[in-house]
Design a protein around this ligand. Structure first.
Ligand code: 5AD
Ligand code: SF4
Length: 444
């Protein structure tokens, strides 16, 4: 009989993909995924520790699994990902019901560690960071009927932004060989995948550690030549490494979607310097200008941190100025969260939390206006939608995404799923668009 696995994932797309890899690995060892933790023989919590709030949420969730362990002591509870890497043995001291702690470089050994616990009943804690990251090569077969898939192209980060724990928890930057990546994508396309998202902490520096050295644009061109692959996306880009060659790719590669996620973090040069970001707000503006000259349709989204230590009201105004000139299609904004081990811990921070919270509210309200405005610009326009399935909110409708990554709902038959259809946008909302399908089979 198959054993049952429940995975709970916190954090970024990278973590979502790591969880898919965990499910694939355990699947090869007789585990099937179930939807309820209470039914599981193995519960895995894949964690994030980028901000304190995320870490707290995970700790309280772990507490809830204590009652499952009490009623079914044979259930194995494992914790992986960034928080596991960060806390190591401490996690078990604070949560004695946890059997397994595995760090960001130990995912490939998951089955072996679970078997060890099944056989010995001992706890396993494995958080060593390796110079090569074997989990980079783990392949995940596409889920049944899946349209899109994640593909990891690199792991880790060498940038040491002053606020960020990632380089400490995911280790130094390691790129996966291009051939390996292309073969995986071909396998995914053969399995029915139409869209891939290439994942890495800073995809723009992909290939610099490989021998022979290669580059992200070169990889993209290779992916662009794969027959049957409709759409390519990637995340995340660092503005300081966004080359002219990458900008050119947006004009060259038909399957490369017109969207870039380009975290700015701040609009103040003083704060950008303190953050160790390696660019000025002017350089950031210039990069976006080049992208828009090459590809006028491109959607630009970003991350912004408010309340970085010592951020004055003037600095914050510079961030709002940047938003006004760029007019991001969407923005993910965060209140600065102090993380142990990072450089910013030592920076003086006289700004009260209440003021930081107010700044975040101001910024988010401003962005909502911009997002809505950008969405409304599409009213009356014809867009290409890759249909994913039925709409969540209105099951009679179909739902898909534009190449710029906007959700579009429209009335159509279920046989449009997996197809690219032209949709005329009729109404724009903050989080989605509503449209009318124009005719089937064509691509606008
Ligand atoms: N505090 C707040 N936001 C953070 N981010 C990373 N570290 C922190 C932190 N300590 C944000 C950055 C990054 C995104 C993934 O998370 O904006 O781009
Ligand atoms: Fe963190 Fe900066 Fe690396 Fe991004 S580039 S993962 S923010 S250190």
């Amino acid at each position: 009989m198959k054993k049952r696995l429940f995975i709970q994932t916190f954090g970024c797309q990278m973590n979502v993909h790591d969880s898919e890899q965990m499910a694939a690995l355990m699947g090869q060892h007789g585990y099937e995924t179930v939807a309820d933790a209470a039914d599981a023989d193995l519960i895995l919590v894949n964690t994030c520790s980028i901000r304190e709030k995320a870490a707290q949420k995970i700790m309280s969730q772990l507490g809830r699994y204590r009652s499952i362990k009490r009623s079914r002591p044979e259930t194995i509870i494992g914790v992986g990902g960034c928080l596991a890497q960060h806390l190591g043995e401490d996690l078990v001291t604070r949560n004695p019901h946890v059997d397994l702690v595995f760090g960001t470089h130990n995912l490939h050994r998951l089955p072996e560690m679970v078997i060890r616990i099944e056989q010995s009943g001992e706890k396993v804690i494995e958080t060593s960071l390796a110079p090569v990251v074997p989990s980079l090569g783990i392949r995940v077969a596409p889920r049944e009927n899946a349209i899109s898939a994640f593909v990891t192209i690199m792991q880790g980060c060498n940038n040491y932004c002053a606020y960020c724990v990632v380089p400490f928890l995911r280790g130094p930057e390691t790129s996966r060989p291009g051939e390996d990546i292309l073969n995986e994508i071909k396998m995914l396309v053969d399995g029915g995948i139409r869209e891939v998202t290439l994942l890495g902490q800073n995809v723009n520096s992909y290939g610099h550690t490989l021998s022979p050295r290669t580059s992200f644009p070169e990889l993209l061109r290779g992916v662009g030549r794969i027959d049957g692959l409709e759409r390519i996306r990637f995340t995340t880009s660092h503005p300081k490494d966004l080359s002219d060659d990458l900008v050119r790719c947006f004009g060259e590669i038909r399957s490369l979607c017109e969207h870039i996620h380009l975290p700015a973090q701040s609009g103040s040069d003083r704060i950008l310097r303190a953050m160790n970001r390696g660019y000025t707000s002017e350089e950031y503006r210039n990069r976006v200008k080049c992208l828009r000259e090459q590809c006028p349709e491109i959607a630009v989204t970003s991350d912004m941190i408010v309340g970085f230590p010592g951020e004055t009201n003037e600095d914050f105004q510079r961030t709002l100025d940047l938003m006004e000139t760029i007019r991001f299609d969407n923005l993910f904004s965060f209140k600065y969260s102090e993380r142990k081990g990072t450089a910013a811990v030592h920076f003086p921070d006289p700004v009260p939390e209440t003021e930081k919270a107010e700044r975040l509210e101001t910024l988010q309200a401003r962005q909502e206006g911009h997002t809505l405005e950008k969405n409304r610009d599409l009213e009356g326009r014809l867009v290409e939608v890759l249909v994913e399935g039925r709409s969540k909110n209105s099951p009679d409708d179909m739902s898909g995404r534009t190449r710029t990554n906007r959700i579009v709902n429209f009335t159509a038959s279920a046989d449009t799923v997996r197809k690219t259809v032209p949709v005329r946008i009729e109404r724009a909302f903050l989080h989605s668009l509503r449209g009318k399908i124009e005719h089937l089979g064509g691509v606008c």
